[in-house]
Ligand binder design. Structure first.
Ligand code: PGA
Length: 250
């Protein structure tokens, strides 16, 4: 049985003071090991968050990783550096990186490989735009985004991936895919994985992301192939994030 993973994506938000408040609130929300919980924080705050989360079951993650191991790559952060700060997860291929930073699926695949090589779990994001959905290209778009990563990753590492389906039109917009819409895409993604390795496909957590909130989390998480959430806006308020974790426990 797959465990549920609720991962917060703080994006470029926070400050030392605000993070202290948020982390204190999150620590009150965890208490059992029924649900995997993680926060993916801005790189400058990794040390702060690692220290604050020590001894708790909340896992640490980052939001991006370099394709390179080390060297003359100004501004980049390597997988080994994230590992140094106790990261377990790193988001790769978020739609904001794909659209604002020109990350292609080929680059995303290399980032997934860099994460795995550093012993990190990549949370590989895929998702279609509204135009692509309207043109009924959702399955083709997310399938191609996923395949780029699956083509690159060794067969023995497939089960180490986490996938996040994040429809671009639902991110930060308050528009959520209905549970049925999301489930349909999650099923496509799992079938795509199963075509490579049925056993791995049954193990990989596929998260939904895009305006997941306390009031819609339970219905989304009830779907057969939705194994958790990648939470943006609602991850910045401890009460909301904790309410989503509580919904995941049911
Ligand atoms: P949102 O963001 O929950 O604010 O829509 C999700 C994400 O981009 O990961």
């Amino acid at each position: 049985m797959r465990r549920t993973l609720i991962a917060g994506n703080w994006k470029m938000n926070g400050s030392l003071a605000a993070n202290d408040v948020l982390l204190a609130g999150l620590k009150q929300g965890v208490g059992d090991d029924l649900v995997d919980v993680a926060v993916c924080v801005p790189a400058p705050y990794l040390a702060q968050c690692a220290a604050a989360l020590q001894g708790t079951s909340i896992r640490l993650g980052a939001q991006d990783v370099s394709t390179s191991v080390s060297g003359a790559y100004t501004g980049e952060v390597s997988g080994a550096m994230l590992q140094d700060f106790g990261c377990r997860y790193v988001i790769v291929g978020h739609s904001e990186r794909r659209s604002y930073h020109g990350e292609t699926s080929a680059v995303v695949a290399r980032k997934a490989l860099a994460a795995l090589a550093a012993g990190l779990t990549p949370i590989v994001c895929v998702g279609e735009t509204l135009d692509e959905r309207d043109a009924e290209r959702t399955a083709a778009v997310v399938g191609a985004q996923l395949d780029a990563v699956l083509d690159a990753v060794a067969a023995t590492d497939l089960a180490k991936l986490v996938i996040a389906y994040e429809p671009v039109w639902a991110i930060g917009t308050g528009k959520t895919a209905t549970p049925q819409m999301a489930q349909a895409v999650h099923a496509v993604l799992r079938a795509r994985l199963a075509a490579r390795d049925a056993e791995a496909a049954s193990q990989v957590q596929i998260l939904y992301g895009g305006s997941m909130k306390p009031d819609n989390a339970a219905d989304l998480l009830a779907m057969a192939d939705i194994d958790g959430g990648l939470i943006g806006g609602a991850a910045l308020k401890a009460a909301d994030f904790n309410a989503i974790i509580a919904a995941a426990r049911q």
